[in-house]
Design a protein around this ligand. Structure first.
Ligand SMILES: Cc1cc2nc3c(=O)[nH]c(=O)nc-3n(C[C@H](O)[C@H](O)[C@H](O)COP(=O)(O)OP(=O)(O)OC[C@H]3O[C@@H](n4cnc5c(N)ncnc54)[C@H](O)[C@@H]3O)c2cc1C
Length: 423
Protein backbone atom coordinates (compact mmCIF):
# COMPACT_ATOMS: atom_id res chain seq x y z
CA UNK A 1 0.00 0.00 0.00
CA UNK A 2 0.98 3.62 -0.46
CA UNK A 3 0.54 5.34 2.89
CA UNK A 4 0.61 9.05 3.78
CA UNK A 5 1.44 10.17 7.31
CA UNK A 6 0.81 13.85 7.97
CA UNK A 7 3.08 15.30 10.68
CA UNK A 8 6.20 13.81 12.30
CA UNK A 9 5.49 13.81 16.04
CA UNK A 10 4.89 11.20 18.73
CA UNK A 11 1.96 9.46 17.01
CA UNK A 12 3.84 9.29 13.70
CA UNK A 13 6.81 7.75 15.53
CA UNK A 14 4.58 4.97 16.90
CA UNK A 15 3.13 4.34 13.44
CA UNK A 16 6.49 4.30 11.70
CA UNK A 17 8.03 2.04 14.33
CA UNK A 18 5.28 -0.52 13.70
CA UNK A 19 5.42 -0.18 9.90
CA UNK A 20 9.12 0.34 9.23
CA UNK A 21 9.87 -3.33 8.48
CA UNK A 22 6.81 -3.74 6.24
CA UNK A 23 6.78 -3.48 2.45
CA UNK A 24 4.38 -0.52 2.44
CA UNK A 25 5.56 2.66 0.72
CA UNK A 26 5.32 5.37 3.37
CA UNK A 27 5.46 9.14 2.82
CA UNK A 28 5.73 11.47 5.83
CA UNK A 29 4.69 15.11 5.26
CA UNK A 30 5.97 17.51 7.90
CA UNK A 31 5.45 21.26 7.77
CA UNK A 32 8.66 22.12 9.68
CA UNK A 33 11.73 22.95 7.68
CA UNK A 34 13.81 19.95 8.84
CA UNK A 35 14.34 17.60 11.76
CA UNK A 36 16.37 20.26 13.64
CA UNK A 37 13.56 22.81 13.44
CA UNK A 38 12.40 23.98 16.88
CA UNK A 39 8.73 23.70 15.92
CA UNK A 40 8.84 20.08 14.88
CA UNK A 41 6.95 17.63 17.09
CA UNK A 42 5.55 18.00 20.61
CA UNK A 43 8.36 15.82 21.91
CA UNK A 44 10.73 18.82 21.93
CA UNK A 45 10.02 20.04 25.46
CA UNK A 46 10.55 18.44 28.85
CA UNK A 47 10.03 14.78 27.93
CA UNK A 48 8.34 13.34 30.96
CA UNK A 49 7.18 9.89 29.98
CA UNK A 50 4.41 8.32 32.05
CA UNK A 51 3.08 4.84 32.50
CA UNK A 52 -0.40 5.27 33.89
CA UNK A 53 -3.96 4.18 33.21
CA UNK A 54 -5.30 7.31 34.94
CA UNK A 55 -3.87 10.03 32.71
CA UNK A 56 -2.48 10.67 29.24
CA UNK A 57 -5.60 10.15 27.17
CA UNK A 58 -9.15 8.87 26.89
CA UNK A 59 -8.36 5.46 25.42
CA UNK A 60 -7.11 2.39 27.22
CA UNK A 61 -3.45 1.67 26.53
CA UNK A 62 -2.07 -1.49 28.07
CA UNK A 63 0.60 -0.47 30.65
CA UNK A 64 2.93 -3.14 29.15
CA UNK A 65 2.81 -1.34 25.79
CA UNK A 66 3.31 2.00 27.55
CA UNK A 67 6.46 0.72 29.28
CA UNK A 68 7.75 -0.78 26.03
CA UNK A 69 7.41 2.65 24.38
CA UNK A 70 9.08 4.41 27.32
CA UNK A 71 12.06 2.06 26.89
CA UNK A 72 11.99 2.72 23.16
CA UNK A 73 12.51 6.48 23.72
CA UNK A 74 15.12 5.99 26.45
CA UNK A 75 17.08 3.69 24.14
CA UNK A 76 17.45 6.55 21.68
CA UNK A 77 19.20 8.85 24.21
CA UNK A 78 22.96 8.90 23.77
CA UNK A 79 23.81 7.92 27.36
CA UNK A 80 20.52 6.33 28.62
CA UNK A 81 20.35 8.84 31.50
CA UNK A 82 16.84 9.51 32.90
CA UNK A 83 15.29 10.65 36.16
CA UNK A 84 12.68 8.20 37.30
CA UNK A 85 10.14 7.63 40.08
CA UNK A 86 6.67 6.57 41.12
CA UNK A 87 3.84 8.96 41.99
CA UNK A 88 2.01 7.81 45.10
CA UNK A 89 3.74 4.44 45.24
CA UNK A 90 4.29 5.35 48.92
CA UNK A 91 1.02 4.82 50.79
CA UNK A 92 1.94 7.37 53.47
CA UNK A 93 1.73 10.22 50.92
CA UNK A 94 -1.37 8.76 49.32
CA UNK A 95 -3.14 8.87 52.71
CA UNK A 96 -1.83 12.35 53.54
CA UNK A 97 -3.35 13.85 50.37
CA UNK A 98 -6.47 11.72 50.53
CA UNK A 99 -7.22 12.88 54.09
CA UNK A 100 -7.33 16.51 52.97
CA UNK A 101 -9.77 15.81 50.14
CA UNK A 102 -7.31 15.29 47.24
CA UNK A 103 -7.53 12.49 44.72
CA UNK A 104 -3.94 11.27 44.16
CA UNK A 105 -3.13 10.06 40.62
CA UNK A 106 -0.75 7.10 40.43
CA UNK A 107 1.87 6.78 37.71
CA UNK A 108 5.44 5.71 36.97
CA UNK A 109 7.43 8.38 35.23
CA UNK A 110 10.73 8.72 33.37
CA UNK A 111 12.12 12.20 32.73
CA UNK A 112 14.36 12.57 29.68
CA UNK A 113 14.66 16.38 29.87
CA UNK A 114 14.45 19.07 27.21
CA UNK A 115 18.20 18.95 26.53
CA UNK A 116 18.23 15.22 25.62
CA UNK A 117 14.98 15.24 23.61
CA UNK A 118 16.57 16.81 20.57
CA UNK A 119 19.05 13.96 20.20
CA UNK A 120 16.27 11.41 20.78
CA UNK A 121 14.20 12.84 17.93
CA UNK A 122 17.24 13.06 15.68
CA UNK A 123 18.33 9.47 16.44
CA UNK A 124 14.81 8.17 15.79
CA UNK A 125 14.68 10.10 12.51
CA UNK A 126 18.03 8.59 11.46
CA UNK A 127 16.73 5.11 12.19
CA UNK A 128 13.57 5.62 10.11
CA UNK A 129 15.53 7.28 7.29
CA UNK A 130 17.66 4.17 6.95
CA UNK A 131 14.58 2.21 5.83
CA UNK A 132 14.17 2.43 2.05
CA UNK A 133 10.34 2.31 2.20
CA UNK A 134 10.11 5.50 4.33
CA UNK A 135 10.27 8.88 2.56
CA UNK A 136 10.34 12.17 4.48
CA UNK A 137 9.01 15.40 2.93
CA UNK A 138 9.92 18.34 5.17
CA UNK A 139 8.73 21.89 4.63
CA UNK A 140 5.48 20.42 3.35
CA UNK A 141 2.36 21.75 5.04
CA UNK A 142 -0.74 19.74 4.31
CA UNK A 143 -3.61 22.17 3.86
CA UNK A 144 -6.32 19.81 2.74
CA UNK A 145 -7.10 16.11 2.41
CA UNK A 146 -9.91 14.62 0.33
CA UNK A 147 -11.34 11.17 0.68
CA UNK A 148 -11.81 9.54 -2.72
CA UNK A 149 -13.53 6.27 -3.52
CA UNK A 150 -10.29 4.31 -3.44
CA UNK A 151 -7.99 6.40 -1.26
CA UNK A 152 -7.05 9.84 0.01
CA UNK A 153 -5.67 12.87 -1.85
CA UNK A 154 -3.15 15.14 -0.12
CA UNK A 155 -3.32 18.83 -1.10
CA UNK A 156 -5.44 17.88 -4.13
CA UNK A 157 -2.58 15.83 -5.53
CA UNK A 158 -1.12 12.29 -5.46
CA UNK A 159 -3.49 9.51 -4.43
CA UNK A 160 -2.62 7.39 -1.38
CA UNK A 161 -4.37 4.16 -0.37
CA UNK A 162 -4.69 5.50 3.16
CA UNK A 163 -3.73 8.65 5.07
CA UNK A 164 -3.13 9.00 8.80
CA UNK A 165 -3.30 12.51 10.19
CA UNK A 166 -0.94 12.96 13.16
CA UNK A 167 -0.65 16.74 13.32
CA UNK A 168 -1.01 17.20 17.11
CA UNK A 169 -2.44 20.41 18.53
CA UNK A 170 -0.40 22.62 16.22
CA UNK A 171 -2.24 21.12 13.26
CA UNK A 172 -5.58 22.59 14.35
CA UNK A 173 -6.00 24.47 11.04
CA UNK A 174 -6.02 21.24 9.03
CA UNK A 175 -8.22 19.46 11.58
CA UNK A 176 -10.72 22.38 11.62
CA UNK A 177 -10.89 22.25 7.86
CA UNK A 178 -11.55 18.50 7.93
CA UNK A 179 -14.23 18.97 10.61
CA UNK A 180 -16.09 21.59 8.63
CA UNK A 181 -15.93 19.42 5.49
CA UNK A 182 -16.99 16.28 7.36
CA UNK A 183 -19.19 17.31 10.34
CA UNK A 184 -19.79 13.64 11.21
CA UNK A 185 -16.17 13.49 12.37
CA UNK A 186 -16.86 15.43 15.57
CA UNK A 187 -17.90 13.41 18.61
CA UNK A 188 -17.38 15.90 21.42
CA UNK A 189 -16.08 19.42 22.04
CA UNK A 190 -16.92 20.81 25.46
CA UNK A 191 -13.76 21.09 27.58
CA UNK A 192 -10.96 23.50 28.31
CA UNK A 193 -8.62 23.60 31.34
CA UNK A 194 -7.61 27.04 32.53
CA UNK A 195 -5.47 28.33 35.35
CA UNK A 196 -2.01 29.40 36.40
CA UNK A 197 1.59 28.26 36.61
CA UNK A 198 2.69 28.32 40.25
CA UNK A 199 6.33 28.78 41.26
CA UNK A 200 7.93 28.40 44.68
CA UNK A 201 11.34 27.64 46.22
CA UNK A 202 12.54 24.05 45.92
CA UNK A 203 12.98 23.67 49.68
CA UNK A 204 9.23 24.05 50.32
CA UNK A 205 8.45 21.01 48.17
CA UNK A 206 11.79 19.20 48.55
CA UNK A 207 10.41 16.21 50.37
CA UNK A 208 7.60 15.55 47.90
CA UNK A 209 9.89 16.20 44.91
CA UNK A 210 12.38 13.64 46.22
CA UNK A 211 9.63 11.16 46.95
CA UNK A 212 7.85 11.27 43.59
CA UNK A 213 9.21 14.09 41.34
CA UNK A 214 5.81 14.51 39.72
CA UNK A 215 2.89 14.82 42.10
CA UNK A 216 -0.42 14.78 40.34
CA UNK A 217 -3.56 15.35 42.36
CA UNK A 218 -7.13 16.38 41.65
CA UNK A 219 -9.43 18.26 44.01
CA UNK A 220 -13.11 19.12 43.87
CA UNK A 221 -13.09 22.76 44.99
CA UNK A 222 -15.88 24.50 46.85
CA UNK A 223 -17.02 26.08 43.56
CA UNK A 224 -17.78 22.63 42.14
CA UNK A 225 -14.94 22.87 39.60
CA UNK A 226 -12.39 20.07 39.52
CA UNK A 227 -8.86 21.49 39.98
CA UNK A 228 -5.65 19.58 39.28
CA UNK A 229 -1.90 19.91 39.30
CA UNK A 230 -0.11 19.32 36.04
CA UNK A 231 3.49 19.13 34.89
CA UNK A 232 5.54 19.54 38.08
CA UNK A 233 9.09 20.72 37.37
CA UNK A 234 11.53 20.42 40.30
CA UNK A 235 14.48 22.82 39.80
CA UNK A 236 12.72 23.82 36.59
CA UNK A 237 12.02 26.89 34.51
CA UNK A 238 8.87 28.77 33.56
CA UNK A 239 8.61 29.59 29.86
CA UNK A 240 6.07 31.19 27.55
CA UNK A 241 4.30 29.20 24.88
CA UNK A 242 3.41 30.92 21.62
CA UNK A 243 0.16 29.86 19.97
CA UNK A 244 0.62 32.27 17.04
CA UNK A 245 -2.04 34.81 17.98
CA UNK A 246 -1.63 34.62 21.77
CA UNK A 247 0.86 33.68 24.48
CA UNK A 248 0.44 31.39 27.49
CA UNK A 249 2.77 30.06 30.20
CA UNK A 250 4.27 26.63 30.57
CA UNK A 251 7.10 25.00 32.50
CA UNK A 252 9.85 22.51 31.89
CA UNK A 253 12.96 21.03 33.49
CA UNK A 254 16.33 20.14 32.09
CA UNK A 255 18.55 17.19 32.90
CA UNK A 256 21.70 19.23 33.54
CA UNK A 257 20.84 22.91 34.15
CA UNK A 258 18.86 23.36 37.38
CA UNK A 259 17.13 26.34 39.06
CA UNK A 260 16.30 26.91 42.75
CA UNK A 261 12.54 26.83 42.11
CA UNK A 262 9.85 24.27 41.42
CA UNK A 263 6.92 25.11 39.13
CA UNK A 264 3.67 23.32 38.36
CA UNK A 265 0.36 24.18 36.73
CA UNK A 266 -2.87 24.52 38.71
CA UNK A 267 -5.74 24.07 36.28
CA UNK A 268 -9.52 24.23 36.65
CA UNK A 269 -11.48 22.00 34.29
CA UNK A 270 -14.34 23.77 32.53
CA UNK A 271 -16.95 21.67 30.80
CA UNK A 272 -19.52 23.67 28.88
CA UNK A 273 -23.08 22.65 28.24
CA UNK A 274 -25.29 23.13 25.18
CA UNK A 275 -25.75 25.25 23.19
CA UNK A 276 -22.19 26.56 23.74
CA UNK A 277 -19.69 24.51 21.78
CA UNK A 278 -16.54 26.61 21.38
CA UNK A 279 -14.27 25.98 24.41
CA UNK A 280 -11.17 26.70 22.31
CA UNK A 281 -12.63 30.10 21.37
CA UNK A 282 -13.39 30.81 25.05
CA UNK A 283 -9.85 29.90 26.18
CA UNK A 284 -8.27 31.85 23.34
CA UNK A 285 -10.25 35.02 24.20
CA UNK A 286 -9.13 34.83 27.83
CA UNK A 287 -5.51 34.33 26.77
CA UNK A 288 -5.77 37.30 24.41
CA UNK A 289 -7.30 39.43 27.17
CA UNK A 290 -4.35 38.66 29.45
CA UNK A 291 -1.91 39.45 26.63
CA UNK A 292 -3.74 42.75 26.06
CA UNK A 293 -3.19 43.70 29.72
CA UNK A 294 0.39 42.43 29.88
CA UNK A 295 1.48 43.94 26.57
CA UNK A 296 2.82 42.25 23.49
CA UNK A 297 4.83 39.02 24.02
CA UNK A 298 4.26 39.08 27.80
CA UNK A 299 2.31 37.15 30.41
CA UNK A 300 1.14 38.35 33.84
CA UNK A 301 3.09 37.62 37.04
CA UNK A 302 1.70 38.22 40.52
CA UNK A 303 2.50 37.15 44.09
CA UNK A 304 0.10 34.67 45.64
CA UNK A 305 -1.08 37.11 48.36
CA UNK A 306 -1.90 39.79 45.79
CA UNK A 307 -3.63 37.16 43.65
CA UNK A 308 -5.81 36.34 46.69
CA UNK A 309 -6.49 39.99 47.52
CA UNK A 310 -6.96 41.07 43.89
CA UNK A 311 -4.26 43.75 44.06
CA UNK A 312 -1.69 44.49 41.40
CA UNK A 313 1.80 43.25 42.34
CA UNK A 314 4.43 45.96 42.13
CA UNK A 315 7.38 44.27 43.88
CA UNK A 316 8.51 40.72 44.50
CA UNK A 317 9.99 39.53 47.79
CA UNK A 318 11.89 36.28 48.41
CA UNK A 319 10.90 34.18 45.40
CA UNK A 320 12.50 35.28 42.15
CA UNK A 321 10.98 34.19 38.82
CA UNK A 322 12.78 31.79 36.49
CA UNK A 323 10.89 33.27 33.52
CA UNK A 324 12.93 35.76 31.51
CA UNK A 325 12.04 39.28 32.83
CA UNK A 326 11.39 40.41 29.23
CA UNK A 327 8.48 37.94 29.10
CA UNK A 328 6.30 39.11 32.00
CA UNK A 329 4.73 42.17 33.56
CA UNK A 330 3.80 42.45 37.24
CA UNK A 331 0.02 42.75 37.28
CA UNK A 332 -3.28 41.36 38.52
CA UNK A 333 -4.58 38.06 37.17
CA UNK A 334 -8.03 38.90 38.62
CA UNK A 335 -8.56 41.27 35.71
CA UNK A 336 -8.45 38.27 33.39
CA UNK A 337 -10.08 35.16 34.85
CA UNK A 338 -13.75 34.88 35.87
CA UNK A 339 -14.28 34.79 39.67
CA UNK A 340 -15.19 31.10 39.77
CA UNK A 341 -11.80 30.12 38.34
CA UNK A 342 -9.89 32.37 40.76
CA UNK A 343 -11.84 31.06 43.77
CA UNK A 344 -11.26 27.47 42.70
CA UNK A 345 -7.48 28.04 42.47
CA UNK A 346 -7.31 29.79 45.85
CA UNK A 347 -9.34 27.00 47.48
CA UNK A 348 -6.94 24.47 45.94
CA UNK A 349 -3.75 26.24 47.13
CA UNK A 350 -5.09 26.83 50.66
CA UNK A 351 -5.91 23.14 51.00
CA UNK A 352 -2.64 22.02 49.45
CA UNK A 353 -0.91 24.11 52.09
CA UNK A 354 -2.43 21.81 54.72
CA UNK A 355 -0.50 18.91 53.16
CA UNK A 356 2.65 20.83 52.13
CA UNK A 357 3.10 23.81 54.50
CA UNK A 358 4.57 26.82 52.69
CA UNK A 359 2.72 26.31 49.43
CA UNK A 360 0.41 29.21 50.30
CA UNK A 361 3.27 31.58 51.29
CA UNK A 362 2.49 35.18 50.33
CA UNK A 363 5.45 35.64 48.03
CA UNK A 364 5.09 32.49 45.95
CA UNK A 365 4.51 33.30 42.30
CA UNK A 366 1.44 33.06 40.08
CA UNK A 367 1.82 33.30 36.30
CA UNK A 368 -1.13 33.49 33.89
CA UNK A 369 -2.61 32.36 31.67
CA UNK A 370 -1.89 28.64 31.56
CA UNK A 371 -4.44 26.94 29.32
CA UNK A 372 -4.78 23.35 28.13
CA UNK A 373 -6.97 23.00 25.11
CA UNK A 374 -8.62 19.70 24.36
CA UNK A 375 -8.84 18.74 20.75
CA UNK A 376 -12.29 17.73 19.61
CA UNK A 377 -12.82 14.02 20.03
CA UNK A 378 -13.01 12.69 16.47
CA UNK A 379 -14.84 9.64 15.21
CA UNK A 380 -12.23 7.46 13.53
CA UNK A 381 -14.93 5.17 12.16
CA UNK A 382 -16.47 7.90 10.02
CA UNK A 383 -13.92 7.59 7.19
CA UNK A 384 -12.59 4.54 5.43
CA UNK A 385 -9.26 5.75 4.06
CA UNK A 386 -8.41 8.51 6.55
CA UNK A 387 -7.76 8.20 10.30
CA UNK A 388 -6.53 10.57 12.99
CA UNK A 389 -3.88 9.49 15.51
CA UNK A 390 -2.44 11.20 18.59
CA UNK A 391 -3.52 14.49 20.11
CA UNK A 392 -5.34 15.79 17.02
CA UNK A 393 -7.80 12.91 17.38
CA UNK A 394 -8.77 14.11 20.87
CA UNK A 395 -8.02 10.62 22.21
CA UNK A 396 -4.56 11.36 23.66
CA UNK A 397 -2.73 14.09 25.58
CA UNK A 398 0.77 12.76 26.17
CA UNK A 399 3.84 11.49 24.37
CA UNK A 400 3.35 7.86 25.37
CA UNK A 401 -0.40 7.75 24.67
CA UNK A 402 0.06 9.49 21.30
CA UNK A 403 2.91 7.12 20.37
CA UNK A 404 0.83 4.11 21.44
CA UNK A 405 -2.17 5.36 19.44
CA UNK A 406 0.00 5.53 16.32
CA UNK A 407 1.50 2.13 17.12
CA UNK A 408 -1.96 0.51 17.46
CA UNK A 409 -3.17 2.06 14.19
CA UNK A 410 0.03 0.67 12.59
CA UNK A 411 -0.92 -2.73 13.98
CA UNK A 412 -4.42 -2.38 12.47
CA UNK A 413 -2.81 -1.63 9.08
CA UNK A 414 -0.61 -4.73 9.29
CA UNK A 415 -3.61 -6.92 10.14
CA UNK A 416 -5.86 -5.37 7.46
CA UNK A 417 -8.16 -3.86 10.09
CA UNK A 418 -7.51 -0.21 9.16
CA UNK A 419 -10.92 0.60 7.65
CA UNK A 420 -12.84 -0.76 10.65
CA UNK A 421 -10.40 0.30 13.35
CA UNK A 422 -12.30 1.91 16.22
CA UNK A 423 -9.23 3.48 17.79
C1 LIG B 1 5.59 22.65 25.84
C2 LIG B 1 5.05 21.25 25.89
C3 LIG B 1 5.60 20.33 26.76
C4 LIG B 1 5.10 19.03 26.81
N1 LIG B 1 5.67 18.16 27.69
C5 LIG B 1 5.22 16.87 27.72
C6 LIG B 1 5.83 15.92 28.58
O1 LIG B 1 6.78 16.21 29.30
N2 LIG B 1 5.33 14.65 28.60
C7 LIG B 1 4.27 14.26 27.82
O2 LIG B 1 3.86 13.09 27.88
N3 LIG B 1 3.67 15.16 26.98
C8 LIG B 1 4.13 16.44 26.91
N4 LIG B 1 3.54 17.34 26.07
C9 LIG B 1 2.43 16.85 25.22
C10 LIG B 1 3.01 16.03 24.06
O3 LIG B 1 4.02 16.76 23.43
C11 LIG B 1 1.92 15.64 23.08
O4 LIG B 1 0.87 14.99 23.79
C12 LIG B 1 2.43 14.72 21.97
O5 LIG B 1 3.60 15.24 21.35
C13 LIG B 1 1.36 14.52 20.92
O6 LIG B 1 1.88 13.82 19.83
P1 LIG B 1 1.27 14.03 18.37
O7 LIG B 1 2.03 13.13 17.46
O8 LIG B 1 -0.19 13.90 18.44
O9 LIG B 1 1.59 15.55 17.98
P2 LIG B 1 2.99 16.29 17.90
O10 LIG B 1 4.03 15.54 18.65
O11 LIG B 1 2.71 17.70 18.30
O12 LIG B 1 3.40 16.26 16.35
C14 LIG B 1 2.64 16.89 15.37
C15 LIG B 1 3.55 17.21 14.17
O13 LIG B 1 2.73 17.58 13.06
C16 LIG B 1 3.30 18.70 12.37
N5 LIG B 1 2.20 19.38 11.68
C17 LIG B 1 1.19 20.11 12.22
N6 LIG B 1 0.33 20.52 11.25
C18 LIG B 1 0.82 20.05 10.08
C19 LIG B 1 0.36 20.15 8.71
N7 LIG B 1 -0.77 20.80 8.41
N8 LIG B 1 1.10 19.57 7.74
C20 LIG B 1 2.25 18.88 8.05
N9 LIG B 1 2.73 18.77 9.34
C21 LIG B 1 2.01 19.33 10.33
C22 LIG B 1 3.92 19.51 13.50
O14 LIG B 1 4.93 20.37 13.00
C23 LIG B 1 4.47 18.41 14.43
O15 LIG B 1 5.79 18.07 14.08
C24 LIG B 1 4.03 18.64 25.98
C25 LIG B 1 3.48 19.57 25.08
C26 LIG B 1 3.98 20.86 25.03
C27 LIG B 1 3.39 21.83 24.05
Amino acid sequence: MKIAIVGFGAAAIGLLEKLKESSHEIHVFEKSKDVYSSSISGIRADGKLFVSTEMGGDIFIDPMLQKKLVDYYINFTDNKLVETGKSFGNHHYYKLFYEKGFLPISSDFYHIGTDQLKEVLFNIYNDFSSHPNIHFHFNYEVIDIDEEKNGAKINGDGLFDIAIITVGRSGHKLVNRMMSKFPKLVLDNTRVDMGIRFELPNHVVDEINKEMYEFKVKYRSKTGYMVRTFCNNPSGFVVTENYGDFLTVNGHAKMLEKSNNTNFAILTSLKFTEPFNDPIGYGSYIAKLSNLLAGEDKVILQTYSHFKESRRTKNLYRVLPTLDPKSFILGDVNLVFPRRIIESIIDFVENLDKVIPGVANNDNLVYAPEIKFYSNRLNNKSMQHIKFAGDCSGATRSIIYATAHGYLIGEAILTNQFSNAEL
